[in-house]
Design a protein around this ligand. Structure first.
Ligand SMILES: [Zn+2]
Length: 118
């Protein structure tokens, strides 16, 4: 019977495995912007993941619009383009939710959608 490492939340294992396999292709926020996204401005406490409510050892935030696409249009990274998510929900957002949102918004007639959502 295998034993899980004591210091790793089992929910982070898929993320850790994807990183170790080189599958984590997300661009990271710069540290200052990321801190603004993952920290409650009033209490200065770490915000939980907005999708599952989990708090993980390493804070994570997802770009709503791909960083390169955002910076090309806006000029700089911004808190407005981030959501505090745990590593697993980050991946669900990037790989599942964004394509669903893209298809629905495109069918609805929305134009100039982020290409990173396709
Ligand atoms: Zn989560």
């Amino acid at each position: 019977m295998s034993k899980r490492p004591q210091n790793v939340c089992h929910d982070t294992l898929p993320w850790l495995i994807s990183v170790s396999l080189g599958l984590n292709i997300h661009m990271a926020f710069n540290a200052g912007v990321k801190k603004l996204i993952v920290t409650d401005p009033k209490t200065k406490q770490r915000l939980p993941c907005v999708m599952c409510g989990g708090i993980y050892p390493i804070a994570d935030a997802v770009h709503i619009i791909d960083e390169k696409e955002w910076v090309r249009q806006i000029g700089h990274d911004s808190k407005k383009n981030g959501i505090p998510l745990c590593p697993n929900c980050h991946r669900v957002f990037d790989e599942i939710l964004r394509p669903y949102l893209y298809r629905a918004l495109e069918a609805f007639g929305s134009r100039d959608l982020p290409q990173s959502w396709r």
